[in-house]
Design a protein. Structure first.
Length: 372
């Protein structure tokens, strides 16, 4: 009986399969199959999870068994034989719904066939013992409690999303060499991570705040990437805290700041830079009410210089480190950049500002002014 293994890649999000020949046992294999028994279904704890809801009845049974094996450190669990791509699909679905499984690095399986009742043996690949997991989990729970001390579960959905976004950016540095970068330990215990850690941690925090969410995988500007899908006031939005870190997109930035351009955005906006690679259907996000710029009154549909200038002035006078504004069309965006930045008119609204430090996100029509 030979095992096949699926492991998480430490950098990319796609899980490479280490292929080996499938070994079919005959003759005495019927005794082995009888000894192992048959697939035993377990009670679901995931009925409210999005990826779970997208699966067939049989796939949901396998998802429940797989999750149970992760949570309870079960090895050599008997499951009905399924195609390797189905097994991989279910694995990804579990991790799309559960960002806190930091002790699981992948899985392995073997196939047994007695000619009548083909079964598979499934085992999680674990990075630590159950005791070690419990010790790490206690530290994570303590950190989560501290992280969430400034927000209430009763807060409006938008402010929950804003809180999670700003905290992930401010508390976590993007570091490709961070230990445990593919799970939440890197975020909550070390404060350094990559996109997978950001997305997993966001999922865990949203779970605590009662926000339905999904951890997505795919590519962004051609590179493997992870981000989130979240439901605010019964509408879906995309959320990318990694891209919210100014130093991720601009490694030469003198100071880390929050880039709000990827907080609660539509499919149309996200598709300009992000491509989803998932085996489950993803809703078309069209809502804009909880987009950061709409919610904060920083979205402009005309070149209202007085209103735009007032937005910059209010932030400057309040002592904010920055102010971002978003425009409906490219024409408006370029007109605003020309008037406030290139022609230096920002100084008319921000008296005493000695120089202009700014960032352009032309793909999403966002102009950010920094007050350093």
């Amino acid at each position: 009986m030979e095992r096949k293994t699926v492991k998480k890649n430490t950098r990319a999000l796609l899980l490479p399969v280490l292929f080996s020949a499938m070994l079919l046992l005959s003759g005495c294999s019927s005794h082995l199959s009888l000894f192992l028994g048959h697939q035993k279904d377990v009670e679901s704890i995931s009925k409210e999870k999005y990826a779970y809801s997208c699966l067939s009845i049989e796939e949901k049974k396998l998802y429940d068994i797989m999750l149970d094996s992760f949570l309870n450190f079960k090895k050599d669990v008997v499951i009905k034989t399924v195609a390797p791509d189905v097994l991989e699909k279910i694995f990804y679905a579990v991790f799309a719904d559960y960002g806190g499984l930091f002790w699981v690095s992948g899985y392995n399986y073997s196939s047994i066939n007695d000619g009548e009742s083909p079964n598979m043996l499934f085992s999680p690949d674990l990075t630590m013992t159950k005791k070690e997991k419990e010790e790490k989990e206690a530290l994570v729970e303590k950190a989560k409690k501290e992280w969430l001390s400034g927000i209430s579960k009763d807060s409006p959905d938008f402010y929950k999303s804003l809180y999670v976004y700003e905290n992930l950016v401010s508390k976590v540095d993007y570091d490709e060499n961070a230990p445990d970068s593919q799970n939440i330990l890197s975020v909550f215990l070390n404060g350094k991570s990559v996109c997978q850690g950001y997305a997993d941690a966001a999922g865990v925090l949203f779970d605590e705040l009662g926000i339905k969410n999904v951890i997505l995988r795919g590519t962004a500007q051609g590179e493997p990437h992870a981000w989130n899908l979240i439901m605010l006031d019964n509408e879906w939005y995309f959320f990318d805290a990694t891209w919210g870190n100014s130093r991720f997109l601009d490694k030469s930035a003198e100071k880390k700041t929050v880039n709000y351009a990827y907080l609660n955005v539509t499919t149309e906006e996200m598709e300009k830079t992000h491509i989803i690679d998932m085996d489950i259907p993803i809703p078309n996000c069209t809502a804009t009410e909880n987009n950061y710029y709409n919610k904060m009154g920083l979205f402009f549909e005309s070149l209202d210089k007085a209103s735009i200038g007032r937005a910059f002035s209010n932030s400057y006078r309040s002592g904010d480190s920055q102010c971002s504004v978003k425009f409906k069309t490219p024409t408006l965006y370029y007109q605003a950049v020309d008037f406030f930045v290139r022609k230096g008119n920002l100084g008319r609204y921000c008296e005493g500002l000695s120089y202009i430090y700014y960032n352009e996100r032309r793909d999403v029509l966002v102009l950010t002014i920094y007050f350093f």
